[in-house]
Design a protein around this ligand. Structure first.
Ligand code: SF4
Length: 75
């Protein structure tokens, strides 16, 4: 289930701790990619995505997969 794009999920998103997260993402105030859309920034998918490793939004939404900053999660 695609998560809701709301303040609660925004606060719980762990993207800012992710190795892929860059100043570009920060400057655009991007995160919560699973509920929104992929990033406008160039993302380095050779780094390890943190989404499946302890994100509360990922767990409660029973998501599968990863790299939602690079590949848009469909409904
Ligand atoms: S699953 Fe990934 S993109 Fe979605 S809230 Fe968690 S860390 Fe952010």
């Amino acid at each position: 289930m695609k998560p809701k794009n709301n303040a609660e999920n925004f606060g719980e998103c762990i993207c800012i701790r992710c190795p892929l997260y860059t100043d570009c993402n920060k400057n655009k105030a991007e995160r919560l990619f699973c509920a929104r859309t992929k990033s406008e920034c160039a993302m380095d998918s050779s780094k390890m995505c943190l989404c499946p490793t302890g994100c509360p939004v990922y767990e409660k939404s029973q998501l599968a997969g990863a790299y939602f900053c690079a590949v848009e999660l469909k409904d």
